[in-house]
Design a protein around this ligand. Structure first.
Ligand code: ATP
Ligand code: MG
Ligand code: MG
Ligand code: MG
Length: 349
């Protein structure tokens, strides 16, 4: 019998559109193994309502408006979902890449692809992530933790907070909502005024905020595949002509260039691959992740930036391209991820 794969996509996050594109690519990959898989697309609208028969959304490649799709908000999560052998949560950002969907699937006792609850949650929260990385001794930029309440406590705590950031981190610094992706809500601050504005903006996205010292570095990424015995791909590099790798640069075609494999000294490649595996294990990763690094050429330093437990997955995204360059074709990669998801469930039951 064919394996019924539930493709969960869309979702309540700023990366909703990206998720649709990733899901289209994965659906195509699954369909090319048509003798093996039945694809059951389940779309999560921007307001969190599930649309069970979502072939139309997948084909159109466009979000449904709130209210479209004929479901009442009472059935946010439908009482009856189609019979599925394994779920493939193709969701980026909060409410999907962060352990919440993974928790629901655990409760339903359904196998799923990718990281579990812990890895997803720790990988999504940049503050928790950085603590986990520090614990295993991974080098990273200096950073500070800020809570929304400190930002909104003006005039009591806010000026002192900004003073502390200036003294500890200096300029430029990067202000980020702790739980997001695709650079949504991230700002680079070059002076006090920009810092105040950036904190205010980040606070509108998340209760938890991270402020990091800015570095001037090459941006390189490594893909991980596996469960308890994870493998690292070749390294890819991103270059662009912008102040930093922001949302627009990420998703406007032609604005960023990928070099795969990146031109790096062999020892640097080894360091990055080792650190990527360490990072994956530090958060208890499973299945897949993409680990992002800064490489400071002048000093030879490698600093880990972050891990993404469900990275962009279109045919031209870094994650599948890194595996292709390592010798794993797109269809094979999806096969392997499904197999790893099945194995992980079998091992824990
Ligand atoms: P992703 O889409 O990869 O999930 P994200 O939203 O989690 O992205 P980051 O990867 O943390 O965001 O940062 C986005 C970009 O901002 C980086 O690729 C880099 O260009 C820039 N950046 C972030 N932090 C720093 C830093 N400390 N120093 C210099 N540049 C930075
Ligand atoms: Mg990220
Ligand atoms: Mg991300
Ligand atoms: Mg990143």
């Amino acid at each position: 019998a064919k394996v019924r794969v539930g493709l969960l996509f869309g979702g309540c996050s700023g990366e909703h559109e990206v998720s649709i594109f990733s899901a289209q690519a994965i659906a195509r990959g699954l369909a090319s193994g048509a003798d093996k898989y039945d694809v059951v697309p389940v779309y999560i609208r921007k307001d969190g309502v599930w649309v069970v028969d979502a072939h139309g959304v997948l084909t159109a490649g466009k979000p449904l408006a709130v209210g479209e799709g004929a479901v009442s908000p009472m059935d946010r999560i439908p009482a009856s979902i189609p019979e599925i052998d394994i779920w493939f949560p193709v969701l980026h950002g909060p409410n999907g890449e962060d352990g919440t969907i993974q928790g629901l699937l655990e409760l339903m006792q359904m196998p799923y692809v990718g990281c579990g609850v812990l890895a997803s949650a720790v990988g999504m929260d940049k503050l928790a992530m950085k603590s986990a990385f520090a614990q295993v001794g991974l080098p990273q930029v200096k950073y500070m933790e800020v809570l929304r309440s400190q930002v909104y406590s003006n005039p009591c705590v806010f000026p002192k907070l900004c003073d502390d950031i200036e003294t500890t981190l200096g300029y430029p610094c990067f202000v980020k909502p702790a739980n997001l992706g695709s650079s949504v809500g991230i700002a680079k601050a070059k002076d006090r005024q920009e810092l105040e504005a950036a904190l205010d903006s980040a606070a509108s996205y998340d209760r938890r905020i991270i402020v990091e010292a800015g570095v001037v570095a090459r941006e390189v990424e490594c893909a991980i595949l596996g469960n308890d015995n994870p493998k690292a791909s070749v390294i890819g590099e991103i270059s662009f002509d912008a102040d930093f790798y922001d949302y627009e640069t990420k998703y406007t075609s032609g604005q960023a260039e990928l070099a795969i494999p990146a031109k790096l000294p062999p020892d640097v490649v080894n360091t990055i691959q080792e650190q990527a595996i360490q990072a994956f294990q530090a958060i208890d990763g499973a299945g897949l992740s993409r680990v992002d690094f800064f490489y400071i050429e002048a000093t030879g330093e490698v600093l880990i930036n972050e891990i993404n437990t469900f990275p962009g997955f279109t045919a031209t995204s870094m994650y599948p391209m890194l595996w292709q360059a390592t010798g794993v074709e797109f269809e094979q990669l999806i096969d392997r991820l499904i197999q790893l998801g099945m194995e992980r469930t079998a091992n824990t039951s």
